[in-house]
Design a protein around this ligand. Structure first.
Ligand code: ADP
Ligand code: MG
Length: 356
């Protein structure tokens, strides 16, 4: 290191780690020492997962960076260290130019990203926004029923133009009630009733119902790995997940296109939880469409409630998907470019004895 680069390393206010090819800690800067509450000596050589707990499968990201030799960002990851409260971080991973099998990891705390942004993006804020919406939904539905009833009474003696107006009132209030029902439903998701489930049975049910309904204008193909082991899931909730993803894809491909359901096994994928336990998520399901892809403006927020790119969209479909997958200790990711959008769900294998 030259004097400049060494002083850059020590004065960089963002925790930075260098990991070797085995994901062991090669070096840390002083900001990382402080963040991890440990000395450089105490960290050197240790597997990074002995010292840092995250709720995202970062080892896959590391592998991708090494393979592609290009940097990668993973946003809003909960990073825990020992007994300290986890901190939400945006993680940047980059290959080291002189040691291509090493990676540089920057843990940028979201706490620095501005108070408002934090308040809006935190899970608890989303939760209370949903709580509020639920309460409102409930309160609004009663008077709406009154309005619909009154409009129907008027329409009995009305004729012509007036009838059109009362029909409009009835139609629009129905639409609001439907939206409110969805908000309420979102708040009412029960904990999953999990059992050993054949993913392909669930996928097939969703596929068939899509085919005769909202995706009738699409070509639906599937590519299953028949040897896939059973997963541990609530089949109804899982079907809801697949239906929501298929529906979004079908809606994105207005003038038709191809939907592909793909399942495969990937043994390497793991999620490290805050408590340090590692959950393997080897079952992969991808819902792929060849539509226009996610619009840039909302791509980063599509899993947040009330984020929608569609007129009349509620923005609750993917929020529900992400909630259900989280309740299943799974992982969902999206990769989208015009012409190919892939929603990938990673799930655990059912325990051997059928008990969790
Ligand atoms: N397969 C897809 N292709 C393109 N855009 C998508 C796709 N899936 C979701 N989106 C975008 O994400 C937004 C959020 O989806 P969702 O949470 O289901 O809410 P909603 O469908 O009510 O808008 C959609 O409005 C759409 O803009
Ligand atoms: Mg939707």
């Amino acid at each position: 290191m030259t004097a400049w680069t060494s002083s850059l390393w020590t004065s960089l206010p963002i925790p930075a780690l260098i990991l070797d090819v085995h994901d062991c800690i090669g070096d840390v800067n002083p900001a990382a020492e402080q963040f991890l509450n440990a000395s450089r000596k105490g960290l050197h050589g240790y597997p990074v997962w002995d010292k840092v707990f995250v709720d995202a499968p970062l080892e896959t990201a590391f592998a991708r960076v090494r393979e592609g030799q290009a940097p990668l960002f993973v946003n809003t990851v909960e990073v825990g260290t020992g007994n300290k409260k986890p901190v939400t971080c945006d993680v940047q991973i980059a290959p080291l130019s002189d040691k291509p099998d090493h990676v540089l990891v920057l843990l940028e705390s979201r706490e620095l990203a501005g108070r408002l942004d934090r308040a809006m993006s935190s899970k608890s804020a989303a939760k209370s926004a949903i709580g509020m919406a639920e309460m409102l939904a409930h309160e609004i539905k009663n008077p709406l029923a009154g309005i619909t009833g009154a409009a129907q009474l008027i329409s009995m003696n009305a004729s012509g133009e007036d009838r059109e107006l009362t029909d409009l009132i009835v139609g629009e209030t129905r639409r609001i009630v439907k939206l409110l029902d969805q908000v309420e439903e979102f708040g009412n998701v029960r904990p999953p009733d999990r059992r050993a489930v054949n993913i392909h049975d669930v996928l097939d049910r969703a596929r068939k119902s899509a085919m005769v309904g909202f995706a009738a204008h699409m070509q639906i193909e599937y590519d299953y790995d028949p040897s896939l082991p059973l997963t541990w899931a609530d089949p109804d909730q899982l079907q809801q997940v697949f239906l929501n993803l298929l529906k979004n894809a079908a809606q994105a491909c207005k003038s038709g296109g191809t939907l592909t359901l793909h399942s495969f096994y990937e043994p390497g994928l793991k999620v490290r939880r805050r408590d340090g336990s590692g959950g393997a998520l080897p079952l992969q399901i991808e819902i792929i469409d060849d539509g226009p892809g996610l619009s840039q403006a909302i791509a980063a927020d599509i899993f947040e409630p009330f984020v929608s790119g569609r007129e009349n969209g509620t923005g609750l479909g993917l929020a529900l998907v992400s909630k259900i997958i989280a309740d299943h200790e799974g992982w969902i990711a999206v990769d989208s470019v015009p012409g190919r959008t892939v929603f990938r769900i990673s799930l655990p294998v059912a325990p051997k004895d059928g008990a969790p």
